[in-house]
Design a protein around this ligand. Structure first.
Ligand SMILES: C[S@@+](CC[C@H](N)C(=O)[O-])C[C@H]1O[C@@H](n2cnc3c(N)ncnc32)[C@H](O)[C@@H]1O
Length: 192
């Protein structure tokens, strides 16, 4: 994500903090850097039979990377995005990567989608969206993993938090530390 966009997002959340649960600011398309995508998938501990949903899937990178890494083991990946143009782009990217048969992209509002089959959910969305999705996330099968990039969820303590530092040789302005919030549904957070 471009530094200025990240700053704008951080600022908007900061400014909106007191009413974050109700203020529904439009969530822009800002891609997760690929090293963050890789780590999100690793901390999700994806196994055979998992079904991953990326809520707000953008150009499809998380879903496509999951398919490339784990699709052969029967892991299904689904991307949901409000923006139909991005959904078309994600389908095109999946075709270019040869994984169209392993993925599904839908142009839908993520808050109206039935995600009950998901065992892994990834998020790079504003906090108000994560908060609104929380009741559905907490109803997922026990042991399901939720991995959120930079924005956590009110009143749901993560099982653990991890900081992702950029690769040493990354010259871009993506080169800043990110935070991953990881929940295992039905498991208490580790004592700190
Ligand atoms: C910050 S981007 C994250 C893209 C991708 N998940 C990633 O990490 O690279 C957020 C995405 O959410 C989409 N979006 C915004 N509101 C949404 C909603 N209510 N339902 C589904 N997608 C939404 C935007 O179009 C955008 O593509």
């Amino acid at each position: 994500m471009h530094t200025r966009v990240r700053a704008a997002i951080a600022l908007s959340v900061l400014v909106l903090t007191p009413s974050a649960a109700t203020s529904q600011e439009t969530i822009p398309y800002v891609p997760s850097p690929m090293h963050v995508v890789q780590r999100m998938l690793e901390v999700a501990e994806i196994e055979k039979g998992d079904i991953l949903y990326d809520m707000g899937s953008g150009d499809g990178r998380i879903v496509i990377e999951a398919a490339k890494k784990y699709g052969i083991r029967g892991v299904g990946s689904v991307g949901i995005d409000l923006n139909a143009e991005l959904v078309a782009k994600a389908r095109e990217n999946a075709a270019n990567e040869g994984v169209s048969h392993l993925v599904e992209f839908r142009a839908q509002d993520g808050l109206t989608v039935d995600i009950s089959e998901a065992t892994v959910v990834t998020l790079y969305m504003f906090k108000w969206f994560n908060n609104a999705l929380r009741p559905k996330l907490q109803k997922l099968k026990t042991g399901s993993r939720v991995v959120a990039h930079d924005f956590d969820i009110d009143d749901w303590k993560p099982t653990r938090v991890e900081y992702v530092t950029p690769p040493r040789d990354d010259p871009s302005d993506y080169a800043e530390s990110r935070t991953l919030y990881i929940w295992k549904v039905g498991e208490s957070p580790a004592a700190s």
